[in-house]
Write a new protein. Structure first.
Length: 187
């Protein structure tokens, strides 16, 4: 709740005149969850058109329904079910969004998972999950959208990181490593 409050405050205080987001197509991952849902609703208010992606179909569709309700039209958002641990889902997602909208103005890689524990306490599956969703999926998404953005000479990529990328936290070593990797992957 505290993180959402901070995010909400940051979005609320974002200078409105600085970027015109009207009609921008945003591919937003993790849209079914806390921060993702908040971002979807905020960006829709700023005039963005949202391609909302999540592995959890029902909460993601709920987010889209909330955007429709808020904006009072059904073109404001569309739901896509994709498991970001699956390479085929990631490339399929980008392809489908491009087919549906023609282009992607902003990739907002927000989906993230946290698995607590020291390295020796995590199973290989837990380690894979954190690194795959938080780091690998973001890099593959960027790899998939970048050629289209470069062809249009337009586009933005935003990946949600964490303070743990900078300040190591005890017991969240995999999560911290994934977020630190994201920072290093930024170009
Ligand atoms: N909440 C915090 O305190 C906090 C602090 C710093 C950074 N963050 C970062 O903010 C982002 C959002 O966090 P949140 O608190 O809203 O998380 P959340 O758990 O509420 O939501 C994450 C969303 O990602 C989706 N997701 C998980 N695995 C997926 C997969 N394999 N494929 C597709 N979607 C998947 C979930 O279904 C969920 O809807 C994350 O990247 C997180 O690391 C959160």
């Amino acid at each position: 709740a505290a993180a959402l409050a901070v995010a909400s405050l940051a979005l609320w205080s974002w200078p409105r005149g600085s970027h015109n987001l009207q009609g921008k197509v945003v591919l937003l991952t993790g849209a079914g969850g806390g921060l993702g849902r908040l971002l979807a609703l905020h960006l829709a208010r700023r005039g963005c058109v949202l391609a909302c992606a999540d592995v959890a179909a029902e909460p993601n569709e709920e987010t889209v329904a909330l955007v429709h309700q808020q904006q009072q039209h059904k073109q404001a958002a569309r739901a896509y079910t994709a498991d970001l641990t699956e390479r085929a889902d990631i490339y399929g997602l980008v392809q489908k969004v491009l087919e549906d909208f023609g282009h992607i103005d902003i990739l907002l890689s927000n989906a993230g998972v946290i698995q607590g524990g020291a390295l020796w306490e995590l199973s290989d599956a837990q380690l894979d999950l954190v690194l795959d969703v938080n780091l690998r999926a973001t890099m593959l998404l960027v790899k998939a959208v970048l050629p289209h953005m470069r062809a249009r000479a337009e586009g933005h990529v935003v990946a949600v990181s964490s303070s743990t990328a900078l300040v190591p936290g005890r017991g969240i070593v995999a999560y911290a490593a994934s977020k630190a990797g994201l920072s290093r992957a930024a170009m």
